[in-house]
Write a protein that binds this ligand. Structure first.
Ligand SMILES: [Zn+2]
Length: 341
């Protein structure tokens, strides 16, 4: 992974490179921002950059032995910690997603042992995914590393919900905020780097609300323009057309990617509120900015969608169709300016 492979995040990358060139590299950073936007990729590219002897100041070379092993995940100076689940016999297995697992004390002990070795050339880089998933004991053990980091090392904590980190951990990190990618930047990246057809790239970018992870999942699942059209219908149907609202509810309930669609609806509300407040340039989806609306109405919609997501996900598992019907009627009311609590 090189900086050149990364979509967006120029500010974060420049800050990190400047810290190195000016000799002010911190010992610990917290990379925070929404899930799936590329925080991990920046951390990996930075770890390779720190260890590539042929880096030209702008980027790692991508072809030397250090870059090769960094890419293969086997570089002796690069350590990653990922939340785990416990299997039979106390074996720890990487969780599929960081939020499904926990960071446990044996992982931290192993890391601390590995960090005893000298870096040689380059720097030791520790990348901790899902930094909000530390078990209490593991967090306490890790605090020691944060308090007295080994020389020639940099620790990068990655979190999408930094408020869930221990304050003692937060206070020892320099914070580096990551924002969702702009629609145009993500769209161009998909077209130019991944050779996605322009229409699909545009739809995926809009749908993903600036998350490259969601955009790729969207493309992989073969979702089409249908989801965008559905979102547009959901924000325009009113109570005068209750039948139409219930039809949309039925379509929504049948979707495998229902949660993603609902998350997209939330971003859409946010974008319209931002546009309504006179800052359309801050919208993730430029199209949504074309439908500015009152904050109060949008807040009603936002709340209805958030509650629906809460109801249909674990541990509640409410009936999807009934939940979507209730949500769509609330949205229809909000669209007509009649907020139903
Ligand atoms: Zn290299």
């Amino acid at each position: 992974m090189r900086f050149a492979d990364i979509c967006g995040h120029e500010n974060a990358i420049t800050q990190l490179k400047n810290a190195v060139s000016s000799g002010r590299l911190g010992h610990a950073y917290l990379f925070h921002g929404p899930q799936g936007i590329g925080k991990r990729e920046v951390a990996l590219a930075f770890a390779a950059y720190l260890n590539c002897p042929s880096n030209n100041g702008a980027d790692s070379c991508g072809v030397c032995r250090d870059c090769e092993t960094a890419n293969a995940g086997t570089h002796h100076n690069i350590f990653t910690v990922w939340p785990t689940i416990k299997e039979k016999g106390d074996d720890l297995v990487k969780a599929d997603k960081p939020e499904d697992g926990l960071i446990r004390i044996p992982q931290i002990r192993e890391l601390q042992n590995l960090l005893k070795h000298r870096a040689g050339h380059g720097k030791k880089a520790v990348i901790v995914e899902g930094a909000e998933r530390f078990m209490p004991q593991a967090a306490n053990a890790f605090l020691k590393t944060l308090e007295e980091p080994p020389p020639d090392s940099v620790i990068m904590l990655i979190a999408s919900r930094p408020s869930e980190l221990l304050p003692t951990m937060l206070s020892r990190c320099q914070r580096l905020g990551f924002k969702p990618l702009a629609h145009d930047a993500l769209k161009s990246y998909l077209i130019e780097r991944l050779e996605i057809a322009p229409t699909a790239a545009s739809a995926a970018s809009r749908f993903s609300a600036g998350s490259i992870g969601s955009a790729l999942a969207y493309l992989k699942d073969g979702a089409g323009e249908g989801s965008i059209a559905l979102a547009l219908r959901a924000i325009s149907v009113t109570l005068k057309d209750a039948d139409g609202a219930l039809k949309i509810a039925d379509e929504l309930a049948k979707r495998d990617d229902l949660i993603e669609v609902l998350e997209f609806f939330k971003i859409w509300c946010r974008d319209r509120a931002v546009a309504g407040a006179g800052c359309p340039e801050l919208a993730v989806n430029a199209e949504a900015a074309g439908f500015p609306a009152e904050f109060r109405e949008l807040y009603g919609s936002y709340e209805a969608i958030t509650e629906a997501i809460y109801d249909i996900t674990p541990p509640r598992y409410a009936n999807r169709l009934l939940t979507m019907e209730a949500m769509m009627l609330r949205l229809a009311g909000c669209n007509a300016g009649q907020v139903i609590g």
